[in-house]
Write a protein that binds this ligand. Sequence first.
Ligand SMILES: Nc1ncnc2c1ncn2[C@@H]1O[C@H](COP(=O)(O)OP(=O)(O)O)[C@@H](O)[C@H]1O
Ligand SMILES: CC(=O)N[C@@H](CCC(=O)OP(=O)(O)O)C(=O)O
Length: 308
Amino acid sequence: MSGPAAPRARTLIEALPWLERFQGRTVVVKFGGNAMVNEELKAAFAQDVVSLRYAGLRPVVVHGGGPQISAMLEQLALEVRFAAGLRVTTPAVMDVVRMVLAGQVQRDIVGLINRHGAFAVGMTGEDARTLSAVRRPALVDGAEVDIGLVGEIVHVDPDTVRGLLERGRIPVISPIARGADDDNVYNINADLAAAALAEALDAEKLVMLTDVAGLYADWPHSTEIIDRLTAGELAELLPSMAGGMVPKMEGCLRAVRSGVRMAHVLDGRVPHALVLEVFADEHTGTTVVPDDPPAEEHLFHRTGGGST
Ligand SMILES: Nc1ncnc2c1ncn2[C@@H]1O[C@H](COP(=O)(O)OP(=O)(O)O)[C@@H](O)[C@H]1O
Ligand SMILES: CC(=O)N[C@@H](CCC(=O)OP(=O)(O)O)C(=O)O
């Protein structure tokens, strides 16, 4: 190919195998609070999600908002405390979590997506009992520590989300659950909520957008990224991980072990990281695959494009 339009044509043609492969498939995208660093990035993310929808995929957005919750707690002079990467959630903190996630962060994302058409519908895991959870203590140095209203998802009812997808909508889901056996409302880590939804929706892909370039092999000493690993390799590494990467990689592992074909951790600070991941030959960040990926997956491994 030559001439001034050649690079653009090549980009479009390169996307063809991916467009074919992903038609009608569900992709769960976790948009981390740390990746929402400015308005331009948030707007680019919304454009990407709408592009996936127009290309025939079924995107589902699960959003975080940890830094936004912490900022509001500080404004209200309430304590910001984490144990093993999970927020210590008193009833007063839970009110703020619900207010910030469902009333602020989710509304922002819905608004940005709907600039492009009547697509986004916001909901929390409480709606139609989509997510049900039980109280989850944190494990600190091998001991269980009570961290209040933090939940572990024990049941996902994907019916409402499926209904929205069938009508061409883009669900935008806040990581809040109803108690499975009480009337509490639980705070759920957004990575784990995204993984549970990906599993229940039988998603093709789980994509986590965060504020680092992927999983660093020797964090925080080096910035060398692990570009690809199998579920078994990840399970071996998990006990040595720390901080926000723990729920993220736990979520990726859970997803690929329960039928999701690939999970990715990408740098959400790169504009349009999402479309670049789904439609391009070049993958960035970290990709987790099942131990025994289906045969056709090899066609799309890094060399990509389905033509190799
Ligand atoms: N091995 C690792 N590789 C990359 N980041 C790591 C690693 N271990 C811990 N982290 C931390 O995890 C953070 C990402 O998780 P988190 O702050 O929860 O983001 P998000 O809001 O996107 O969920 C990184 O900014 C980094 O500080
Ligand atoms: C239990 C727990 O820790 N919940 C998280 C929910 C938001 C979240 O996970 O947001 P990020 O993805 O931006 O970190 C919290 O309260 O911060």
